[in-house]
Design a protein around this ligand. Structure first.
Ligand code: PMP
Length: 427
């Protein structure tokens, strides 16, 4: 028989050794993208190692940079009190919980952290899991099922989308922040499904804006739906004392079914949680696969998050500093003619470039000026909204903010003058 072509699965199946993944079409495509970027002299802005604590300032390539790429919103990663709590937990418990909390993985620090999170959110209980991403996936994937419906803002995080997919429920997106469209979806679809979940973010990770929570609550009450608010970028950020979007709007947090949060941002650890009613949290602790069949949160991380939560309660001035810094960045950026999209000017402020190569080049050039801000390029966002994202912290100085805005405006004007970008390549 004639030999099969080397690219056919039959041929690779008979090759000795392990499968070579560079033969997969998406892997080849990724390498082509990298080769194209190399050809036009773009440095890879991703995976750059930070050589110490990544705060408002961070060491990259042996040099201090003004850093706008970390979610260390309140500067608590690296805080000596947080480090001391983690070190004490290591001395007491070691580094790992070693097993699911259901069996041998429960430690007193887990319950203490859950109590602190419930207190901060103003609800009955909370359940912590090993990652923020896994928390959304397992919670949504487990609570919803066939015959149910998940309604999501078009810009929700991948972990919410993956949870919806895993659940087997029907899913419909409404255009970003378009609650009229959400209402129409509810009118047209509510009666066809048993349980309906609406999932939104407290501050959107791409655009830095936030939804009209009072209207969302009216809608979910009118149509008998559940509401999940992902507070990854709004907890410790919104509200006078950082308790999140409920505090910002003066809303009773018990009117929302699920407050989802991550321990990796303001709480300077790693992990995720759902805060809500005791019935919900007990049910998740007893049955959610990502909780039951996964290890308990590592004790030093639980202790670090608990210490951070306590500092947040004791030092609300950090929240005020973050809000002032966000407003300073936003007003200066707008005055400099930068397109900050819908950002409300808290933790996340995009500068929209409108072109992936332009955004990556702008990031490269800012790095040469010792300013670290990462690009978000197609397909993560539509090509026309390719951008740099600036993450603001309570610890940025006025000078750092002013320098970053001025440098971004200068470099962007230069790029446009030089006609750098994909648009210019295909013309
Ligand atoms: N939700 C949102 C909105 C996020 O932005 C992220 C991560 N950036 C997550 C969930 C996942 O959290 P983690 O990185 O802690 O797993």
């Amino acid at each position: 028989a004639p030999a099969a072509s080397p690219s056919t699965p039959a041929a690779s199946a008979h090759k000795p050794g392990a499968f070579d993944f560079s033969e997969l079409a998406p892997v080849r495509q990724l390498r082509m993208h990298r080769a194209a970027a190399d050809m036009i002299g773009l440095d890879n802005p991703f995976f750059q190692p930070h050589e110490g604590v990544a705060g408002a300032t961070s060491v990259l390539h042996g040099t201090e940079h003004d850093n706008f790429s970390s979610y260390n919103y309140l500067g608590l990663t690296g805080d000596p009190r947080v480090n001391a709590a983690a070190e004490a937990a290591i001395r007491t418990y070691g580094t790992s919980a070693s097993a699911s909390r259901v069996v041998a993985g429960e430690r007193p620090v887990h319950g203490a952290l859950e109590a602190a999170l419930a207190r901060l959110h103003g609800v009955e209980d909370a359940v912590v899991m090993v990652s923020g991403h896994a928390t959304n996936v397992t919670t949504i994937g487990h609570l919803l099922g066939e015959g149910d419906l998940v309604l999501t803002d078009a810009l929700v995080h991948n972990s919410i989308s993956e949870g919806a997919r895993l659940s087997g429920a029907a899913r419909k997106n409404f255009p970003h922040d378009d609650l009229d469209a959400l209402e129409k979806l509810l009118i047209d679809n509510r009666h066809r499904y048993e349980n309906v979940l609406i999932a939104v973010e407290g501050i959107y990770s791409m655009d830095g804006d936030f939804p009209d929570l009072p209207r969302l609550i009216r809608l979910k009450q009118e149509f008998g739906a559940w509401l999940l608010v992902d507070e990854a970028h709004s907890f410790g950020v919104l509200g006078k004392t950082g308790k999140g979007i409920a505090e910002h709007f003066g809303i009773d947090p018990n009117t929302v079914e699920m407050w989802m949060g991550t321990l990796s941002k303001t709480l300077s650890a790693c992990g995720g949680y759902i805060a809500g009613s005791k019935a919900l949290c007990d049910y998740l602790r007893a049955t959610a696969p990502g909780f039951v069949f996964s290890v308990g949160l590592a004790p030093p991380l639980a202790a670090a998050a608990l210490a951070s939560a306590e500092i947040l309660e004791q030092e609300p001035e950090r929240v005020a500093r973050l809000a002032a810094n966000g407003q300073r960045f936003l007003t200066r950026a707008r005055a400099a003619g930068l397109d900050t999209g819908n950002s409300a000017g808290y933790s996340v402020i995009p500068v929209i470039v409108g072109d992936s190569i332009g955004a990556a080049t702008l990031s490269n050039r800012l790095l040469k000026r010792r300013i670290n801000a990462l690009p978000i390029v197609f397909p993560a966002v539509a090509e026309k909204s390719a951008r740099l994202r600036f993450f603001i912290t309570s610890e940025h100085s006025d000078a750092q903010i002013d320098r970053a805005v001025a440098a971004t405006a200068e470099e962007l004007a230069l790029l446009r003058e030089q006609n750098v970008g994909f648009g210019s390549l295909v013309k």
